[in-house]
Design a protein around this ligand. Structure first.
Ligand SMILES: [Zn+2]
Length: 550
């Protein structure tokens, strides 16, 4: 007896055909920003333009095919390709919606994140996007029946595809290699957004940097000791280094912004360094870079990781070092110091599902200060203006600039709403910094100073970019120019002999994170061979004492 049920028949395809369909889908549907940049680039007109674009398509197709070939044997075919589709759809979402690039640093941010920070990214648009471009095609892939041939024939037909891939790459290079190279030079981001090629390249690069974790620690500044400008006495010196997060210089009224975003620090008479640039465009680069003596040009995270940092030198110079963190941690910089994690604090007033307000840092500092007996450096690692959930960074009484953007789907908000919300985070940071300064000032037992600098800036839609992490060479000013301010209690300035007039006269000179290591040692008066006076912004003014009155 035959029974016919009306059922959508599962299509049957050879493995090669299905693989080519997956590759074609990735090249076309998961590279919209890549193609947008290619089509918009100048000099690609006429027949030649068609040739260049076709060559780029062939090259991307060939590369993607080569990447997926190792996954395409019988037992790995469906799970491997399905996973590749979903991961690539995730990458496409960040590339397309945020103007993100997929490089080693971006992956470091993803792999070294915590559940709360990760949760902040998830929104309906992201789920829909990954669902439509990743999960749905993966399900279709699973649904198709594969007409498997014998193992030898399958391997041979995969090898044929490898030959096809190399031919495509060869033809593209021979025909329009020069045009493609110049396009890549003019649009450096292309190599970091070619999906999923960039995803593989970034993972390999990340793994390359993450291996050999057993290298011995390289010591620096072993000669560190206290200098004569700030000798120890019975009154502890307390230096607070406030670092982070995603605050850009141009959003500070101290730097000419037309909104009062930092009224409290201004009222305290801080010294504003108006021309400071960052080492990197993301936390994973900037934070360790600031704490090394290597400088931006020579900075390598693979080397810095196995090398002592500013905190080690400060400790050797007689300071206790305490790292208070409301961000994603010190990236092991405080490994040999004391580190207090506050981002998981359970305080219904200060914390919610999206994390804790930076007030938790103040609360902890308030607890730590009475116990200070020795000279101490506190690092307070702010959550500051960490996006995309800017609205979650400040309590509602700091929503001075309205209307806000109360979603992490930045595309749903107007540029004005986005800017308002971001400005509120700066206003709140101003409150935190000024409150910390007042807390220090009002503890008569100590001689305190506070140095604030952000790890990198932030894009708020300028040039179509959001957030941060652009490759440094092409990063816009919004991502590389950072606020930097010094507050010092009068009794600190007097004891350290700070020549504030001289410093104020130099406050608009170009500075960068390269100055941080040396200037903190200068401020704290730790003498060591690794401190370069030329990079210590205090050294230039140390000799410049006013002539004595006769
Ligand atoms: Zn950061």
């Amino acid at each position: 007896m035959m029974k016919k049920t009306p059922k959508l028949a599962r299509p049957t395809l050879r493995a090669n055909a299905l693989l080519l369909l997956v590759v074609g889908f990735m090249v076309v549907a998961l590279n919209t920003r890549f193609w947008g940049i290619v089509f918009d680039s100048s000099g690609l007109e006429g027949l030649r333009g068609v040739g260049v674009i076709a060559s780029i398509g062939a090259a991307l197709f060939g590369l993607t095919l080569l990447m997926l070939l190792p996954l395409s044997l019988r037992w790995t075919f469906k799970p491997g390709l399905a996973l590749a589709l979903i991961l690539a759809a995730g990458a496409a979402y960040f590339i397309g919606d945020f103007g993100a690039v997929i490089d080693r640093h971006a992956l470091a941010s993803v792999y070294e994140t915590d559940a709360r920070e990760a949760g902040e990214w998830i929104n309906l648009r992201m789920l829909l996007s990954i669902g439509a471009l990743g999960i749905l095609p993966a399900a279709l892939l699973w649904w198709v029946k594969i007409d498997w041939q014998g193992p030898v024939r399958e391997v041979l037909s995969r090898l044929k595809l490898a030959v096809v891939a190399f031919v495509l790459l060869g033809v593209a290079a021979a025909g329009f290699g020069k045009d493609i190279a110049s396009l890549l030079r003019n649009h450096m981001e292309l190599r970091h957004i070619a999906n999923p090629f960039a995803l593989l390249a970034a993972n390999l690069s990340y793994l390359d940097h993450a291996r050999n974790d057993n290298r011995p620690l390289e010591k620096i500044g072993e000669d560190a000791r206290r200098g004569t400008a700030l000798p120890t006495n019975e009154r502890p010196v307390v230096v607070v280094l406030a670092i982070g997060e995603s605050a850009r210089a141009s959003s500070y009224s101290s730097n000419g912004y037309d909104r009062a975003t930092d009224p409290k620090m201004r009222a305290l008479g801080v010294l504003n360094f108006s021309n400071a640039t960052s080492c990197g465009t993301n936390t994973a680069t900037s934070l360790p870079c600031m704490f090394t003596d290597m400088g931006r040009r020579d900075y390598k995270d693979g080397v810095a990781k196995y090398r002592e940092n500013l905190l080690d030198v400060l400790m050797r110079g007689g300071y206790d070092a305490v790292w208070l963190d409301n961000n994603t941690g010190s990236k092991k910089l405080a490994k040999r110091a004391k580190e207090v994690f506050l981002s998981n604090t359970e305080d219904p007033e200060l914390c919610n599902a999206e994390g804790c307000f930076d007030e938790v840092l103040l609360a902890q500092l308030r607890k730590e200060l009475p116990a200070v007996q020795r000279d101490t450096v506190f690092v307070i690692h702010l959550l500051g203006s960490h996006g995309p959930a800017y609205y979650a960074r400040y309590p509602k009484e700091f929503a001075k600039f309205v209307p806000e953007c109360r979603t992490n789907e930045l595309q749903q908000c107007s540029d004005q709403q986005l800017r308002n919300t971001y400005d509120n985070t700066i206003l709140y940071t101003d409150h935190i910094l000024a409150s910390a300064a007042e807390l220090l000032r009002d503890d008569p037992r100590i001689d305190p100073a506070l140095l604030y600098v952000s790890d990198h800036g932030e894009s708020l839609g300028e040039h179509g970019l959001y957030l941060h992490g652009a490759p440094y060479a092409i990063a816009p000013d919004q991502q590389t120019r950072v606020p930097m301010m010094l507050w010092a209690a009068d009794r600190f300035s007097a004891r350290r002999g700070l020549n504030l007039d001289c410093l104020r006269n130099r406050a608009d000179a170009p500075l960068s994170h390269d100055n941080f290591f040396h200037s903190v040692l200068g401020l704290a008066d730790v003498a060591t061979g690794v401190r370069k006076p030329a990079l210590d912004l205090f050294a230039a003014c140390d000799g410049a004492v006013e002539a004595p009155v006769r």
